[in-house]
Design a protein around this ligand. Structure first.
Ligand code: HEC
Ligand code: HEC
Length: 352
């Protein structure tokens, strides 16, 4: 999908800033590595669903709208909880019949940067296309699309909101369509961006923003522990799929769609590490309860099998190194206000 970066065209150009060498005399020069993590200052929006304030506001209303579930008992926020970093705290997402799905609810933080292939196993094509699944799935919101359009159309406030958000006239005259519901939801979700964390202040030149342990943890992350091989860039993900040796149940992840591929068997999407310390449990199956357990898994090298990524191997970290790695991960959390987290980066409409 073609993408445009709204706002400054130079948004993603990294600029090096000096300064922390002063506060960290005797430590390695990390200028080049840190520059790889500089925050962008604009949110990317696709050309076929550009940003508009009214559309985003409509999407916000729909995200929290219970009438979009057949029984009126669920919204997107039932599982993607704003105050819990847009995920929930359960290992597996709750079905509407008291049971559980086979995967955990992923966070929606920085979803605008994970545009093309979404879902733990990559089952979704583009952010607009995702909503249809939770909305219609019988075990989730269980809403037939026609019924959804009918319910919204019965509310004059929604008719007006859709007409304002999508000014182009439609055949038949009803401004509410399933496609527009999906576009509005996606526009709102692209505004869900993690706020500035202590790590970002370090990247901007203030070495005192993080502890010495965290700075050593960063060196491990980038060096001996090899985490940056997959958790790369400011959002700490390569947007790709790997077997890190975690899944032991029947879920083969991305391998479902590529049965002939060894590398994609048990491969799941690399999650962002933004705010990660605050949103346990971890992994696609919620199988690890703490960051300490995550670090132990990587230290062991996970399950050794043909599909396991070549970037995963036993690390043999010392106890101090494990603690340093966790100290580093903790510096990736923002101040934690759900409201602030939705709009820390200015989205401006594209120039005509
Ligand atoms: C029952 C809890 C639940 C509800 C309600 C729910 N989701 Fe999700 N959401 C999930 C789970 C679980 C996944 C992962 C699915 C997968 O990968 O197979 C997911 C995945 C996603 C993703 C992809 C994230 C990524 O990183 O790839 C997006 C976007 C999303 N949901 C948006 C929504 C929207 C919009 C709604 C409301 C229309 C919604 N969700 C309702 C549980 C839920
Ligand atoms: C080969 C690529 C790769 C490497 C190297 C890697 N990771 Fe991961 N990481 C992933 C994938 C893929 C997942 C999701 C796996 C799953 O859900 O089954 C993940 C999950 C995580 C999670 C859980 C996040 C969440 O929201 O559930 C944390 C924390 C994490 N990794 C930290 C690290 C650290 C620390 C290192 C270095 C010791 C590291 N990773 C090395 C690919 C990688």
């Amino acid at each position: 999908m073609a993408r445009i970066f709204v706002g400054a065209a130079a948004a993603l150009v990294t600029i090096m800033v000096g300064g922390w060498a002063v506060a960290t005399t005797g430590e390695p020069d990390r200028t080049a590595q840190l520059a790889e993590y500089r925050r962008p200052n604009a949110i990317p929006f696709p050309e076929d669903n550009p940003y508009a304030a009214q559309k985003a506001e409509l999407g916000r209303a729909l995200f929290f709208e219970p009438i979009l579930s057949r029984d009126g008992d669920r919204t997107c926020a039932t599982c993607h909880v704003p105050g819990q970093d847009w995920t929930d705290s359960t290992p597996l997402a709750p079905r509407n019949d008291g049971g559980f799905m086979d995967v955990r609810t992923p966070t929606l933080l920085n979803i605008a940067w994970i545009e093309d292939i979404l879902g733990w196993d990559g089952k979704f094509r583009g952010l607009e296309a995702v909503a249809r699944t939770p909305l219609t799935a019988p075990g989730n919101m269980n809403m037939p699309p026609e019924e959804m359009v009918r319910r919204l159309s019965a509310d004059p406030a929604y008719v007006e909101a859709f007409a304002g958000a999508f000014p182009e006239p439609v055949a038949g005259g009803n401004p509410i369509t399933q496609e527009r519901i999906e576009q509005a939801l996606a526009t709102f979700q692209r505004l869900i961006v993690s706020g500035e964390a202590p790590f970002d202040r370090w990247v901007e030149g203030d070495a005192r923003a993080v502890s010495g342990a965290a700075r050593r943890g960063f060196d491990l992350f980038h060096g001996k522990a090899n985490c940056a091989a997959c958790h790369s860039g400011w959002n700490f993900t390569d947007g790709s799929f790997h077997d890190i040796g975690v899944a032991k149940d029947g879920n083969v992840g991305r391998g479902r769609f590529f049965p002939g591929s060894t590398a994609l068997r048990f491969a799941f999407k690399t999650p962002t590490l933004r705010n990660v310390a605050r949103r346990p449990p971890y992994m696609h199956d919620g199988s690890l309860a703490t960051l300490a357990e995550v670090v132990e898994l990587y230290d062991r090298g996970g399950i050794d099998r043909p599909s396991r990524s070549r970037d995963i191997r036993p690390l043999r970290l010392s106890e101090r190194e494990k603690a340093d790695l966790i100290a580093f991960l903790e510096t990736l959390s923002d101040a934690g206000s759900a409201e602030a987290a939705t709009l820390p980066i200015t989205a401006t409409p594209p120039r005509p």
